[in-house]
Design a protein around this ligand. Structure first.
Ligand code: TRP
Length: 332
């Protein structure tokens, strides 16, 4: 049976990059597969989080998932720390994965920065927890962005080594479902950097809760180049900011960049930005409004997470039970 698992960190405001790169695709998968969508709060604390902010962000991301169109009845939506299987299986995987494997992870190098000695052990072991997230449910398909591909390969290596070491064919090797480059949304200030919640400039990203005025202003100020829009996407290669705005328009309109170029060929960016604003507002405003409405009712959001955790736990528990037996731990 195919099972989809994906995770999202509750570390800050959800933005257009999260929506076009992840959430929208999750919504599209929800009726084809049995899906688990996890707010990965244990991953969040690999970097410092203010406790109150973390508590709030977990609910806000949950609201974002539901407001984007995920149905909490047909999917399992939950937060990671409520299901102990994640941390338990991660420990076993800490003992399967090799230091040499983790030393190659580029995200650790990026996030730890220059002062690697001062990074948390959790940040280093992050990919093992991610493998546990997936394999606690024997998930087969994992929608992730390009930047998570290396972690997913590590999850496959862990599954393979576990199976080899214990002489079993127990864990499936999960397949990445890589979301295409069309949905890689870049910063509005620098077309070569990913749109990110950690960018200090608010103007670099459009948040899902931004008002129509905020969206209009950020798009108006978005960096461009002096040329008009080209008539072919081939001409965008050396124009990262133009490529990004055209790509965003395309993703919001279910078109490809080349079709957008044909539609706006020769137009000035000022005119194109107005059309883009109109698109962005028409997609995001209803989602932002629904998020605000859901956040008024925190009991409902908590209920979704509690029920989701119970359903997730019911799937993970027998898988963990058997894993512990294979390893020779007396747990059951
Ligand atoms: N590391 C992922 C990210 O930052 C989030 C994540 C955690 C995840 N566990 C996962 C994604 C399991 C897919 C599957 O985007």
């Amino acid at each position: 049976m195919n099972r989809v698992f994906s995770g999202i960190q509750p570390t800050g405001d959800l933005h257009l990059g999260n929506y076009l790169g992840a959430l929208r695709n999750w919504v599209r998968m929800q009726h084809e597969y049995s899906c688990l969508y996890c707010v990965v709060d244990l991953h969040a604390i690999t970097m410092w989080q203010e406790p109150d902010a973390l508590r709030h962000n977990t609910l806000e991301v949950t609201a974002g998932l539901i407001a984007s169109g995920l149905d909490p009845k047909s999917n399992i939506i939950f937060n990671q720390s409520r299901v102990p299987a994640h941390a338990e299986l991660a420990w076993i995987f800490n003992c399967v994965a090799r230091l040499g494997w983790l030393n190659r992870m580029t995200q650790f190098k990026d996030k730890a920065g220059k002062n690697r000695e001062n990074a948390s052990v959790g940040l280093y072991a992050y990919p093992n927890l991610m493998a546990a997230d997936i394999l606690a449910y024997k998930a087969t398909h994992v929608p992730v962005g390009e930047d998570q591909k290396q972690h997913l390969e590590l999850a496959r290596d862990i599954a393979q080594k576990f199976n080899n070491d214990y002489g079993v064919n127990y864990f499936p090797l999960p397949e990445p479902v890589i979301q295409g480059p069309a949905t890689r949304v870049m910063s509005l200030r620098d077309g070569t950097k990913k749109m990110s919640k950690s960018d200090p400039s608010e103007a670099s990203r459009i948040n899902m809760t931004d008002s129509a005025d905020d969206i209009a202003q950020k798009i108006r100020r978005a960096k461009t180049d002096p040329d008009a829009l080209p008539d072919s996407a081939n001409d965008l290669e050396t124009r990262p900011e133009a490529a990004n705005l055209i790509g965003i328009y395309a993703a919001l309109s279910d078109m490809n960049s080349d079709e957008v170029c044909k539609k706006f060929a020769g137009a000035q960016f000022s005119a194109f930005k107005e059309a883009l604003t109109e698109r962005a507002v028409s997609v995001l405003a209803p989602i932002g409004a629904e998020m605000a409405r859901l956040l008024e009712n925190q009991d409902y959001l908590d209920q979704v997470l509690i029920e989701g955790a119970a359903r997730a736990g019911a799937i993970a528990e027998p898988i963990l039970h058997e894993t512990f037996r294979i390893v020779g731990l007396r747990r059951g």
